[in-house]
Design a protein around this ligand. Sequence first.
Ligand code: F6R
Length: 615
Amino acid sequence: MCGIVGYIGYREAYPIVLKGLKRLEYRGYDSAGVAIYDGKNIQLSKTKGKVVDLENKINQKQAPKGTLGIGHTRWATHGIPNDINSHPHYSNSGDLVIIHNGIIENYTSIKKELVKRGYVFHSDTDTEVLVNLIEDVIKNENVKLGKAVQIALNQVVGAYAIVVFDKKKPDEIVVAKLGSPLAIGIGEGEFFVASDASPFIEYTTNAIYLKDEEMAIIRRQKGVKVRKIKDDSIVVPYIQELKLNLEQIEKGGFDHFMLKEIYEQPNVIKDTYRGRLLANEGIIRLGGLEDYIQKFLNADRIIIVACGTSWHAGLVAEYIFEDLARIPVEVEYASEFRYRNPVITEKDVVLAISQSGETADTLAAIKLAKSKGAFVYGICNVVGSTISRETDSGTYTHAGPEIGVASTKAFTTQITVLTLIALKLANLKGTISSRDYMNYLRELEVIPQRIETALKANEHIKDVAKVFKNSKNFLYLGRGYNFPVALEGALKLKEISYIHAEGYPAAEMKHGPIALIDEQMPVVVIAVNSNHYDKVVSNIQEIKSRKGIIIAVVTQGDTTVKAMADYIIEVPYTSESLTPLVTTIPLQLLAYHIAVMLNRNVDQPRNLAKSVTVE
Ligand code: F6R
């Protein structure tokens, strides 16, 4: 959470930092601030609210001038969102300025010590404690900023990505990372730092991704020096060439990133399987998997760890792996798994699923699994992310940057990767016939077309959204492969429209939730072709006899459910195991349109952040 940006070079820093903050706003948006330094004066502005509020505030004065600047967009952890708690924060002398993403867990004890030594605190943040700790080290140990940061961070417990500069050193910024991401863009005579590469992609495609427990001193003329925080040893950084382009991080004519990302799904799924799925030859080739295939084939079980939407993708995978490859699967909330003292052995394969690759709980679950000897495989979207580096091997989803806070294309591309793995294992184990295997491969290859067809229902879904936009509650029901889709549909609605919604396995209804059914309750039922179709039809009847309103997602040409439901949304036929890839689409669109009609901030829903790098 929190987005951080920094610039040091020869251009005016403010426009670069401001634009960067707008691109990083998906990471947190309850307050924002910048500090720009012209070598004499630091101009610091910050405010509760969004980056645009900061911009308006600054527009009332004069744009700050200077070729060194830092900026922050916040998702509050310590201290409520208000002007004072916003970053950047000054040290007591006013010489040091810091921005921080993460949590300093032992800040209370450090603060107590600093208060004893006469330090005064204006905010409730852990960040202000850190900047004063650094100042205290400079004073007491008579060292320069870089060394002071290193000494101070060795006293700190928690997670951080920080950028700090000292008024006395106008040609230098110092950055450090543990647990939260930090990229350094290397230009010619200029340097950028940011939580991801999007703020500097139009200036340079060369970047260093700092590793945990690394810090860098960036000097305007002399460049970047990377060191280990623990022992100050020098690190030779790896400069990576970025593949990202500007178009990928802009809205491309859509009103919201979320809608753009929903519509990108046919293309990004092709990107996910490109070069990996050769349907006609009957080949699935996943680079990260080939050398480790025996680990999967010999595994006692697969344990999937993830959070949120990625956890839902894990639930879909449970059905696919067990059904097709006959491997026992357990799906765990990473946040529970990490603290549960779970039984894990060397014969377990742990699959970690994460769009951002930065989710703190998933990361901790991975570390726990590794410490117990399990083989850990990652499925991430963000290339070079912490989880992708911490896992033993893995597969990228190649969905491209997902900016909308509500996950959409990440979900379907995760399912695509998981399906490829399951099919490969099923084929090797002989748990499905070669005819079925070939049919699945061919069907997976045309899934992008099926999704194109599903997207054609958009206008009709908008009409349905109009009818239900003022409903107070929604129920989402599905069975088998589409039970996780019901959970995901409900999550999408909750997070962007703030309407209460619950997902349930359709048959569980009569064990409680059926009491909620009345003529006010819209029930979204996924009733596509499946082994459970007749059972779902019975569940619909149960709801109808209690006057519930049915919005049914059905397979094109369905007549039975059509005759019973109040509203139907059609999706094209596909094999049952692949249905989540198409049934998800109308649920994403329904949530989107309801949220737009309610004037919600679709891409930046309240209280949420795109990557949850704190537990
Ligand atoms: C929901 C959503 C979140 C994430 C969750 C995990 O739309 O975006 O529930 O799925 O925070 O994030 P990743 O996949 O980045 O680990």
